[in-house]
Design a protein around this ligand. Structure first.
Ligand code: GLN
Length: 275
């Protein structure tokens, strides 16, 4: 499935994290080395030959750069619903009239020249293992520390948080001043959907929560962007870092992807600071 569904998904259907195996086999994880391949296999990545699979555009082949004056936004593509995010970025860019290249990121080299990065939902334990296996953990952390806009959704939020309750993945980015509780709403069957007011967006958005995390502690460096009616924080920002506990890529509404594109554009096209 690469196109978002036109209707609102039923959360009783298997979604995102409920289908890591098929998501991975549809959109191949591409280990960079033999040890990485072994680690990927342990983490649940496919065992079939991967070299033959279509390769994402990379800086070297000059594609997916958005063209002159355009942006190139990466989607971490090792597990989870990265294809849905890529499709949403393309739709949002078209709506904004912006030239945005979308690149699937599987190796450190794929990070070169990016203007932003999405870390999708899926399973943070698996994504964390693959971050380590593919040598992506430190390069992503360094790029994010240097100001690259990074948006984590659901498992991606977990990987961005400094402190994690309910099981720490092997690898993670760990830069946001948050403590998140994994699976804070219960199991898959406890998934739910709701309307959310999101600071910075004109209209409420429809939010899909699937085995979602919750912000237990919002540190002073982070600001809340959306909360549930009970006051629990489900979206936060810290400078160039954005985290949402829900899945905006599973609804037809591209407004949050448009918001992220504008954040990436604002940073990339900002005038150099005067000395
Ligand atoms: N429960 C998953 C985790 O802990 C995240 C779920 C999701 O991304 N939909 O990693």
């Amino acid at each position: 499935m690469s196109q978002p569904r036109g209707d609102t998904p039923s959360v009783t259907e298997p979604a995102a994290d409920a289908r890591p195996a098929s998501a991975v086999s549809e959109q191949a994880a591409r280990p960079a080395s033999a040890p990485a391949e072994e680690a990927a296999a342990r983490a649940g990545a496919p065992s079939e030959p991967i070299a033959a699979r279509p390769r994402a555009a990379s800086p070297a082949d000059g594609r997916a750069t958005g063209g002159p004056g355009g942006l190139c936004i990466g989607v971490l593509a090792v597990q989870g619903d990265f294809a849905e995010h890529a499709a949403m970025l393309r739709r949002a860019a078209a709506g904004l009239g912006r030239a945005v290249g979308v690149r699937e990121v599987r190796t450190p080299r794929d990070l070169d020249g990016l203007d932003g990065l999405i870390v999708p939902g899926g399973e943070s334990t698996t994504i964390g293992k693959l971050l380590v296996a593919y040598g992506l953990e430190a390069p992503i952390r360094e790029a994010a520390s240097a100001g690259l806009p990074v948006w984590g959704t659901c498992a991606g939020m977990i990987l961005l948080a400094r402190d994690i309750l309910g099981g720490e993945p092997d690898g993670r980015i760990g830069l946001m001043d948050l403590t998140v509780q994994r699976n804070a709403f219960g199991r898959q069957i406890d998934s739910f959907e709701t309307e959310l007011t999101f600071s910075g967006l004109e209209r409420p958005i429809h939010a899909v929560f699937i085995r979602a995390p919750l912000v237990e502690r919002l540190g002073p460096q982070a600001e809340a962007l959306a909360s549930l009616p009970n006051g629990r924080v489900v979206a936060a920002r810290q400078g160039n870092l954005l985290a949402t506990a829900f899945h905006p890529e599973l609804t037809p509404d591209v407004s949050l992807h448009a918001y992220f594109i504008e954040q990436c554009a604002a940073r990339t096209h900002a005038p150099a600071p005067s000395r």
